[in-house]
Write a protein that binds this ligand. Structure first.
Ligand code: BGC
Length: 860
C-alpha cells in the first residue's frame, strides 16, 4: 500500500504537476521533456475546478483569514470547508522544529561535495523526516549567495556561485517534494548578510541580480518546480521583499511563471496593501498586516481587488490538492523519525564535503600502525558542532564529535588524549584579576545621564547579582569602571559577552580610547580585542552597556593570551605523535541574526600557535560557513582541513579522512581570502554613510512606526568571489573549486567544436585520469570566458562540472553540455539574456585557478 502510494507521489511530484493518476504512463514518458521545461505547467482541470469550488464556498473574510499563519508554524485552517491547518518545520539541515532529528551536512558543506545526486538524497531524507513528523512545508533550502565570509548564514546556503547553487538546489528540492512535502526556497532575495537584515535596503542593478543573486531561485522555480518561496526580511532597491513588485510580480510570478505560495519570512511584512498587491500570498507567522481588518477595508475602497485575494487562496488550495493533503494524513508512520538510512546519508555528506587544503610532507593519511598517541584539543573537538546557530539549528539524535569520531576510527591500539585547550568564557570573566574593585553605576536613563540609581562595588565585571533583580533594565544604562594591571609583557585579550534578547549595545574604552565594535543590529557576535601591555602597566577600563531586555547580562574579562592555553593541552601535545586542533566557529559565534568575525573565536589562534610550536605534526580542522583568518599560524601547521558544518556524522568522517579510510574529495564552494579586507565585497559591505532613508509604517492597529533604512550598495556587482579574483588576476589564499586528495589526477583530450550556432548546445568532452595509487574522486570543472562580449564580463564563469570517481590508473571520458544560457549575459538595455556571437574560451580543470585544458569556441 505504502509503496504504491509512494510511487504515485513520486510520479506526480517528481515529474510535473500536470500529471495525474489516470495518465501516469504518459506522465512517465513526459519526464524527459519536463526536465528541460522552463516554467511550471498549469494544474490539471480537475484540481483547478476543485480549488475554485472551495474558494466559492468562502466569504471574503474567510478567504483573507487564510493569508496569515497561526501558532508560529501553521497555515490558517478554514473550518467552513473542513480545511485543516498545514504544518511547517524549519530546515534546511534537518527537520528541526519538532524535536530531535537527523542533522545533515549544512548547505555550504553540501555544495563542497559538488554532488547533485547526494543533494537529492539529502532532500529525500528531509522529505521523509518531514512526513514522519506530519510536516507539510519544509522551510528550506536557503540559496542566498555567499558574498562575504562574515554573513552569519552562509553555512545554511550553498556557495558564492549561482551555477553551483542552482545545480545543487534543484535535486535537493526534487528530493523533498518527491516525498509529498513542499519545499520552501528562501530567502528571496538578496539576504546575503545578517547585519541589520530587517531594515537594510540592498541596492543592486538588475544585471547583477539576474546573473548572480537570482539564478538559484530561478532554477528552483523553473527546473525543480518548487511549490513555496519565502521572501526575505531586507528591502531591495528601497522596497521590502514582501512588497517588491519587481521581485515578486515581474520576476517570480511573471518571468518564471511561479504558481506556488509566496510566504513571508517571520515578521518580514510591513504593509497590508503593498504586500497584498505586490505578490505576497501568506504572511508568517501571523497576519500582522494581511488580516481581515486591513484587507476588508482595502477591498471595499478598491485599493486591493477581491480577485487578488482569490488568487492567493487559489495558490494555497491548488498546492494542497496537488499534494493530496486533503486525501491522506501527512504523518506517515512508515517514515520513522529516527532513521538509520538517513544517518548513512548524513555520513556520506560529511565524507564528501571535508576539504583538504594543505597536506605538507604528506602527513595525511595517518597510518594507525605507526601512530601510538594522538592528542585531540580545541573547543570544537567535543561536543560535536553539527551546524551553525539560529532557525536551522537541528538537535541531532546522536551527533558524533571530532573526538569520538577519531577515537572510534583509531581503535584500541592508538592512545587518544583530549583537552579542550581553552577555558570557557565564564572562567575568563571569573578569573580576571582586576586592580582593585569594579564600580558599577546604573543610570535611570539610556545615555548615562542623571544620578546613578545604584553604585555597587564588585570583584568581577559580570552583573550576576543585578541579573537576579526583577526591575526592567531596558530603561537603564550601566557603566563599569575598573583598573587592570598587567603581570607580564605581551598580548592580552579583552573579552565581553552580553546575553540579552539581542540588540544589546556596549562600548569598551581602554584608557579613554574606544575599542572598535561591529555595528549593532538584531544581534551580534561579541567581539574581542588584543592589547599589547608591559609588565606592571595599569590600564583604565570602562564599559558602557545598554541592556535591551530585563534579564540582560554583561561580562568583561582580560586574559594574558598565552595563559589561555591549558597546561594539560601543552603536556599532551608534547606526548603525542600528532595533534589535531579542532577549531572554528559554532552556533553562538556563527549563525542567524548575526554576522560573524573573520578572525577565529578568541584564544584559538593562540592555541594553534602553541600546539604547532610544541608538536610539528599539528593538524588543524576548521568549522565554519566559509573562509577565516589563518594568517597567524598557517605556515606553521602541515595540515589544514575545512569541515564547514558537517552535520551529525562529522566526527566519523573526519576520522575516516585522517586515517585514509576515505580519500578527501571536497572542493571549496567559496574563495578563501587571506584577510577580510581583501574580500571583494568588503568596501561595499556596510551601509553607505549618510544615505539612510525613512520608512513610515502604519500598523493595522493604527500605531505609526518609523524605521531607519540604511542602504547597502552592491557596487562589487558581478565581481563576487572567484569572478573578482580571476578577473583581476590576483590570487586568494585558496581558490574556489580547490581541494586536495591523497591521489593525483590529470586532464587530457579536450574536445569542443571550433564553431557552433549561437543558441545551440555545445558539447565539451575530455578525459580525467587517476594518476596516483589510491582510489579517489575529482571534480572536473568547466569555466566559460567571453573575451569578445560587448558587455564587460567576469574573466570566467562556472558553467558545468562533474564529479568523477576513479580507481588508480583509471580514466573516464566526461562530456558536459553547454546550453545557450552558459554563453549568455543579461543585457541591461534589452532586459533579456543575450549571446554576443564571437569567440568564447572553454576551460577545464580542478579549480577556478587551475584549468590546464582550454579551447576556443566561436559562436556564429
Ligand atoms: C528565518 C527563516 C525561518 C523562520 C522560521 C526566520 O527568522 O529567517 O529562515 O524559516 O525564522 O523559523
Amino acid at each position: 500500500m505504502k509503496n504504491s502510494q509512494k510511487l504515485v507521489t513520486e510520479l506526480i511530484f517528481g515529474f510535473g504537476r500536470a500529471c495525474l493518476l489516470p495518465i501516469l504512463l504518459v506522465c512517465a514518458l513526459a519526464a524527459a521533456v519536463q526536465a528541460t521545461a522552463q516554467a511550471p505547467t498549469p494544474d490539471s482541470p480537475a484540481i483547478e475546478a476543485k480549488a475554485h469550488a472551495m474558494v466559492a464556498r468562502l466569504t471574503l473574510e474567510q478567504k483573507i483569514d487564510l493569508l496569515g499563519g497561526v501558532d508560529g508554524m501553521y497555515t490558517h485552517p478554514a473550518t467552513a470547508i473542513d480545511l485543516p491547518r498545514f504544518k511547517m518545520s524549519d530546515g534546511p539541515v534537518g527537520v528541526r522544529t519538532w524535536g530531535p532529528t537527523t542533522a545533515y551536512t549544512a548547505g555550504a558543506a553540501l555544495a563542497a561535495t559538488w554532488d547533485p545526486a547526494l543533494a537529492r538524497k539529502v532532500g529525500e531524507g528531509l522529505g521523509k523526516d518531514a512526513r514522519a513528523r506530519g510536516v507539510n512545508f519544509l522551510l528550506g533550502p536557503g540559496v542566498n549567495i555567499a558574498r562575504s565570509p562574515l554573513a552569519g548564514r552562509n553555512f545554511e546556503y550553498f556557495s558564492e556561485d549561482p551555477f553551483l547553487n542552482a545545480s545543487m538546489v534543484v535535486p535537493y528540492i526534487e528530493g523533498v517534494q518527491a516525498q509529498g512535502v513542499i519545499a520552501t526556497v528562501k530567502h528571496y532575495a538578496l539576504n546575503d548578510q545578517e547585519y541589520n537584515r530587517h531594515n537594510v535596503s540592498v541596492d543592486v542593478d538588475e544585471r547583477t541580480m539576474r546573473e548572480i543573486y537570482l539564478p538559484a531561485f530561478e532554477a528552483a522555480v523553473t527546473k525543480a518546480h518548487v511549490d513555496a518561496v519565502m521572501n526575505s526580511y531586507n528591502l531591495v532597491n528601497g522596497a521590502h521583499a514582501t512588497q517588491s513588485e519587481f521581485l515578486n510580480l515581474k520576476v517570480l510570478k511573471g518571468d518564471w511563471g511561479f504558481q506556488g505560495i509566496l510566504m513571508s519570512d517571520w515578521d518580514a511584512t510591513y504593509d497590508s496593501v503593498g504586500a497584498a498587491n505586490y505578490g505576497l500570498d501568506l504572511e508568517m507567522p501571523n497576519p500582522r498586516f494581511m488580516n481581515a481588518k486591513a484587507l476588508l477595508a482595502a477591498v471595499k475602497d478598491g485599493s486591493v481587488k477581491e480577485s487578488t485575494i482569490d488568487d492567493k487562496v487559489m495558490r494555497l488550495f491548488r498546492t494542497v490538492l496537488r499534494y493530496g493533503f486533503l486525501d491522506h494524513p501527512q504523518f506517515d508512520p512508515a517514515d520513522s523519525t529516527y532513521s538509520v538510512a538517513d544517518r548513512a546519508v548524513a555520513l556520506e555528506g560529511a565524507r564528501e564535503s571535508i576539504t583538504l587544503l594543505k597536506n605538507e610532507g604528506h602527513l595525511l593519511p595517518l597510518d594507525p600502525a605507526k601512530i601510538k598517541t594522538i592528542a585531540i584539543v580545541g573547543p570544537n573537538a567535543y561536543p560535536a558542532v553539527t551546524g551553525g546557530g539560529g532557525s536551522s539549528e537541528a538537535q541531532a539524535f546522536e551527533p558524533v564529535s571530532t573526538l569520538t569520531g577519531i577515537a572510534n576510527l583509531a581503535g584500541a591500539r592508538v592512545h587518544v588524549l583530549y583537552s579542550r585547550g581553552l577555558p570557557n568564557m565564564d572562567d575568563v570573566f571569573r578569573n580576571t584579576h582586576w586592580d582593585g574593585v569594579i564600580k558599577v553605576a546604573t543610570f535611570p536613563s539610556r545615555d548615562f545621564t542623571g544620578t546613578p540609581e545604584t553604585t555597587t562595588l564588585t570583584s568581577f565585571a559580570d552583573n550576576r547579582q543585578e541579573r537576579r533583580a526583577t526591575e526592567d533594565r531596558t530603561q537603564r544604562s550601566i557603566r563599569y569602571t575598573a583598573g587592570y594591571k598587567a603581570a607580564k609583557t605581551g598580548k592580552y585579550l579583552v573579552l565581553t559577552s552580553s546575553q540579552g534578547w539581542g540588540g544589546d549595545e556596549y562600548k569598551v574604552l581602554v584608557d579613554g580610547n574606544p575599542l572598535p565594535v561591529p555595528p549593532h543590529a538584531e544581534g551580534f557576535v561579541p567581539p574581542f580585542w588584543t592589547l599589547d601591555l608591559n609588565a606592571g602597566q595599569t590600564v583604565n577600563v570602562v564599559a558602557e552597556y545598554l541592556p535591551r531586555s530585563s534579564n540582560a547580562r554583561f561580562d568583561l574579562g582580560i586574559a594574558y593570551e598565552p595563559d589561555l592555553v591549558a597546561a594539560e593541552a601543552r603536556t599532551i601535545a608534547a606526548a603525542a605523535d600528532v595533534v589535531v586542533v579542532a577549531a572554528g566557529f559554532n552556533p553562538p559565534t556563527e549563525g542567524e541574526g548575526n554576522d560573524r568575525t573573520f578572525t577565529l573565536p578568541w584564544g584559538q589562534d593562540a592555541l594553534i600557535e602553541a600546539m604547532s610550536a610544541i608538536n610539528p605534526h599539528t593538524i588543524v580542522t576548521l568549522t565554519g560557513g566559509g573562509g577565516m583568518d589563518t594568517r597567524r599560524w598557517l605556515d606553521k601547521v602541515p595540515v589544514l582541513l575545512h569541515t564547514y558544518y558537517p552535520g551529525q556524522e562529522g566526527g566519523t568522517a573526519i576520522g575516516e579522512v585522517l586515517f585514509g579510510k576515505h580519500n578527501p574529495e571536497g572542493k571549496l564552494p567559496v574563495s578563501f581570502d587571506r584577510s577580510w579586507e581583501e574580500n571583494p565585497s568588503q568596501p561595499y559591505y556596510y551601509p553607505i554613510k549618510g544615505a539612510d532613508t525613512a520608512l513610515h509604517v502604519t500598523e493595522t492597529d493604527g500605531r505609526k512606526v518609523d524605521y531607519v533604512i540604511p542602504h547597502v550598495k552592491y557596487d562589487d556587482g558581478l565581481m563576487v568571489g572567484y569572478r573578482y579574483w580571476t578577473t583581476t588576476g590576483k590570487h586568494p589564499l585558496y581558490p574556489f573549486g580547490f581541494g586536495l586528495s591523497y591521489t593525483t589526477f590529470s586532464f587530457s583530450k579536450l574536445q569542443a567544436p571550433a564553431t557552433a550556432a549561437s543558441g545551440t548546445t555545445v558539447p565539451v568532452s575530455f578525459d580525467v585520469t587517476n594518476t596516483g595509487s589510491v582510489a579517489g574522486a575529482e571534480v572536473a570543472q568547466l569555466y566559460v570566458s567571453d573575451p569578445s562580449a560587448k558587455a564587460t564580463r567576469p574573466e570566467r564563469e562556472l558553467k558545468g562540472f562533474e564529479k568523477v570517481r576513479l580507481a588508480p590508473g583509471e580514466t573516464k571520458h566526461v562530456t558536459l553540455n553547454l546550453d545557450a544560457r552558459a554563453f549568455s549575459y543579461w543585457d541591461t538595455a534589452a532586459h533579456k539574456w543575450t549571446i554576443d556571437p564571437g569567440k568564447f574560451v572553454v576551460r577545464v580543470g580542478d579549480s577556478s585557478e587551475s584549468t590546464p585544458l582550454h579551447a576556443d569556441v566561436t559562436l556564429k
